[in-house]
Design a protein around this ligand. Structure first.
Ligand SMILES: [Zn+2]
Length: 243
């Protein structure tokens, strides 16, 4: 059997290892990104409550200003009452005071509502902040573990790329091209083992003449079903030689 296909099989072993390391690295990076996103989400939630709190406090201050103005107006009117001479005028000012007091009560209710809302928001901020701190602590230890794994994978990938380069030098450029194209079209597997008369790339039976040609052909033999380049393991060749 041609030694080229054996080299391609070795190359593919390295390539599949690189593919799997890269896939693993990708999913670790996604895990890291998800942790970071969750931290950001919690921060946004705390900030959102904080912004709501600012708004409600501002609204409460405005209500309190109105309330103070209303109280002052009532006091002024009540002062006037004592100096009023006619009944008609007395009634008019009394009516004014009653209306102002009604407004004042409504304002007081509104201020109370704002105070309750402020309490709720403050406790929500405290709760969310606690959740954030706890999550950040666990996320940062998870993240450093994940980053360590990524670093180990990167080291492995670098080493595999070096041995790939060495192995690729043994293959002619035209064969490399064929190999790369096949890998692209066949989910990364361009070279497939032939065993017991089948192609392990597509699990189809090989015609006997194709299988037999693997034992002596010096050329590349493609699987007639999936076009992957076929190779035999040494033990299969030995087994065939003994029989
Ligand atoms: Zn096949």
């Amino acid at each position: 059997m041609g030694k080229n296909v054996i080299i391609l099989a070795q190359l593919q072993e390295i390539d599949l290892k690189i593919d799997s390391s890269r896939g693993e690295k990708q999913s670790l990076m996604e895990e890291i990104a998800a942790l970071e996103e969750k931290v950001e989400e919690l921060k946004r939630s705390v900030a959102g409550y904080g912004a709501d709190l600012d708004t409600v406090e501002e609204e409460k201050r405005a209500l309190e200003e109105n309330l103070a103005a209303e109280t002052e107006a009532i006091n002024r009117s009540e002062g006037r009452l004592r100096e009023i001479k006619t009944q008609k005028e007395y009634q008019a000012v009394s009516k004014e005071i009653a209306a102002a007091k009604k407004v004042k009560t409504e304002l007081e209710d509104q201020v109370l509502q704002k105070l309750n809302r402020i309490e709720d928001l403050k406790s929500a901020i405290a709760d969310q902040s606690k959740v954030l701190v706890e999550f950040e602590t666990s996320a940062s230890s998870q993240e450093s573990e994940l980053k360590e794994k990524v670093a180990r994978l990167e080291t492995a990938i670098t080493a595999d790329l070096e041995s790939r380069e060495t192995t690729a030098k043994l293959v002619s450029p035209s064969m490399m091209k064929r190999y790369d194209k096949l890998r692209e079209r066949r989910q990364g597997v361009a070279v497939a083992e032939a065993r017991s008369g089948s192609c392990l790339g597509c699990n189809m039976n090989l015609p006997p003449q194709v299988f037999n040609s693997l034992f002596n052909a010096d050329n590349l033999v493609p699987c007639p079903h999936c076009q992957r380049l076929l190779f035999l393991r040494q033990n299969e060749q030995d087994a065939q030689a003994e029989s």
